[in-house]
Design a protein around this ligand. Structure first.
Ligand code: CA
Length: 668
């Protein structure tokens, strides 16, 4: 694994400049010999072939605002201690910090989220440097949060063309980095934007985006020639998009070293997919790869009165309990995937490991601190810049349960994982939690049962299935109710777990919403009396109830229309079924068709004979779609079943649409 780094002259040069190993040793020398990191409770498997200079980063952007709000970071014994020293002692060698151009309103009040401008980055960078770590500068090129949902242009750059913005990016980047250099900050890496999935600083075309990235890269190279230039995208679960981004950067000849991605396991696909996607970029374009952001919850509890993104049931389908050991094992496994299964991966950076609660007394007290010091995700002052998101939803931290410190400022045991995974750590194994279940029940599945077991996870990340008991739940009632989601609480070996149950009705009708314009496999029979040259019967896009199409009929002839559409169904089991369908219709304009001139109904044929019928009234367009239903249809396995809709209206200018035909199993 080390061998592959030989060809990367820049990495070697960087390691020398940073003096990562020597720097840490030097730092330790000032403070006495570095203590080996050990743990009495964590079982951490060694990550084989872990390079000495692998980057273990922690985004600590919020630290200054947190401290201003009264947060005291402590050591494991509870004594106050510089948070950067604590991070460095536990194997962290890179601090990431986001930078917004001007996160303040016209009266100088901060937008929140740490109020992270270049001055904050310098303050954080100096402390990180002093503790022997490098700095990863994360330019958002916005005045506030930039991510796939928004990349708002900085106030000062509003109205600029892409070329003008590129000049502004160059000047701003150069000036900002020079300020860091003047302060003696060891800048290891710089990002040319944050989660720039298809837009950046208001530019939405790749030609424009790449002009800005090229300008950013140029400034970075000039000020810090030994720093790595990083691009940063997210949603690696959409591999094709990631490869497309890499292709665009190559096409526009962007000068960069590291292709970075966020990886949040709840949303971003499997480890396998992450490794394959990043490896494909490394292989094709000769770039290094890195996870620029990740995190995992150590508890489901909220500590700042501002609800969290991930809580109870949030890890359904995940392999790690939301515990301190689960957080550590997740980080260890992700690192292993990067080191041993991803081509040219150079590091992983934990997102906002220091963003803990500013207080545990009351929401009101915390609100005052978030407003004054910007220690929540957004303050009310952000509304002039970002009225639709921050302006409405400003508040605290939604990730305090994913930090690497507890609510009292003490490092979690899991912070040691960075150091421990280098050699591995043994400790007595204990049961640590049980994993939530997630299942889907189709309403026609008569034999469906809730899971009988769930995996109990041990502190060494091994799993063993254990019996689970769910709170009494009526599957028959859920089946009858149809499409709905339920969360069922349960217990396994004393651990509270949840089962996310999705109930879905299986629809035995094909092309039920007429989205296939051929109408197949519906069969149309035009009956005697329908004039052949003045009608239209078939799929159109005129008035769909759902999707893009519906089944339409119309004629201008006084003799009207007379037709059937029929579909033969393949059922799986004997039982009781129901038919539903919707009809929209009218006469001239909004007037209803005359009832005496219409004979419209839906029906079911079993064994070729009509078994049930529901009358339909074709009313006016303004009434919208009406849904019709036949319940209690008894069907026997092996006996053919067909459904049909008969439309017979003897009136000129009659018309209507049929959509969303469903035939569902109800019960035995
Ligand atoms: Ca919270």
């Amino acid at each position: 694994m080390m061998g592959k780094y030989i060809k990367y002259r820049k990495i070697i040069a960087l390691a020398a400049v940073l003096g990562l190993v020597a720097g840490l040793a030097g730092c330790a020398a000032e403070q006495g010999p570095a203590k080996a990191v050990t743990s009495d409770t964590l079982c951490v498997k060694k990550v084989d072939s872990l390079p000495e200079d692998f980057f273990f980063g922690v985004d600590a952007s919020s630290v200054i605002a947190e401290e201003a709000s009264g947060v005291v970071y402590r050591d494991a014994a509870g004594e106050p201690k510089d948070v950067f020293e604590t991070l460095a002692e536990n194997g962290v060698n890179l601090i990431r910090v986001r930078v917004w151009n001007d996160p303040y309103d016209k009266d100088g009040r901060g937008y929140g989220g740490g109020n992270n401008d270049i001055e904050k980055a310098a303050a954080i960078g100096k402390r990180a440097t002093k503790a022997g770590m490098g700095l990863l500068v994360d330019f958002h090129y916005s005045d506030f949060w930039a991510d796939p949902s928004k990349q708002m242009v900085p106030k000062a750059w509003k109205g600029m063309t892409a070329d003008e913005k590129a000049d502004a990016v160059y000047a701003y980047t150069k000036e900002s980095l020079e300020a860091l250099k003047k302060e003696g900050v060891r800048v290891a890496m710089v990002q040319t934007g944050n989660e720039t999935n298809g837009h950046l600083a208001g530019e939405t075309k790749w030609a424009g985006i790449c002009k800005l990235m090229a300008a950013s890269s140029k400034a970075i190279r000039e000020v810090f020639p030994d720093a790595l230039v990083c691009v940063h995208f997210t949603n690696p679960e959409k591999s094709d998009n990631m490869l497309d981004y890499a292709f665009r950067l190559d096409y526009y000849k962007i000068d960069y070293d590291v292709f970075g991605s966020s990886y949040y396991p709840y949303w971003h696909g499997t480890f396998d997919n992450l490794a394959e996607t990043l490896s494909a970029v490394a292989e094709k374009y000769g770039k290094k790869t890195m996870v620029m952001e990740t995190s995992y919850a150590f508890t489901t509890e909220d500590t700042d009165f501002w609800s969290n993104t991930i809580g109870e049931g949030g890890a359904a389908g995940a392999s790690y309990p939301m515990t301190v050991a689960g957080q550590a094992n997740f980080l260890r496994d992700l690192t292993d995937v990067l080191v041993n299964r991803t081509k040219d991966a150079i590091g992983v950076c934990y997102w906002e490991g220091t963003w803990i609660s500013v207080g545990r007394e009351s929401l009101e007290a915390n609100k005052a601190l978030w407003e004054e010091h910007g220690s929540g995700w957004a303050s009310s002052y952000a509304k002039e810049y970002d009225p639709n998101d921050a302006g409405k939803w400003y508040g605290g931290s939604a990730v305090d349960n994913q930090a690497l410190f507890d609510a009292g400022g003490k490092p979690l045991e899991s912070l040691k994982v960075f150091a421990l995974m280098k050699g591995g750590n043994d400790a007595p194994v204990y049961a640590d939690g049980a994993l939530d279940a997630a299942v889907t029940m189709m309403t026609d599945d008569a034999s469906f049962e809730l899971p009988k077991t769930v995996p109990v996870v041990y502190s060494d990340n091994t799993k063993k299935d254990a019996a689970v008991t769910w709170e009494p739940f009526d599957l028959a009632a859920a089946r009858a109710k149809g499409n709905a989601d339920y969360t069922i609480p349960g217990k396994a070996e004393g651990y509270g777990v949840t089962c996310a149950l999705a109930v879905r009705e299986f629809n035995f009708v094909e092309n039920d919403s007429f989205e296939d314009a051929s109408a197949a496999p519906w069969e149309l029979t035009v009956n005697a009396g329908t004039p052949s040259n003045t009608h239209k019967i078939g799929v159109t896009a005129e008035n769909p109830k759902t999707g893009q199409n519906a089944y339409h009929f119309w004629t201008s002839d006084a003799s009207g229309v007379n037709f059937d559409i029929v579909q033969t169904l393949q059922l799986r089991a004997s039982g009781t079924y129901k038919l539903t369908f919707s009809v929209l219709g009218g006469g001239q304009g909004t007037a209803a068709v005359t009832a005496s001139k219409e004979n419209v109904y839906g029906y079911v044929l079993t064994g070729g004979e009509e078994a049930a019928r529901v009358p339909v009234t074709v009313t006016s367009y303004s009434d919208g779609y009406r849904t019709y239903r036949i319940d209690g249809i008894r069907c026997e396995a092996g006996r053919p079943v067909a459904i049909g809709i008969h439309v017979e209206i003897a009136e000129a200018n009659c018309w209507g649409d049929i959509d969303d035909v469903m035939f569902n199993y109800v019960g035995e």
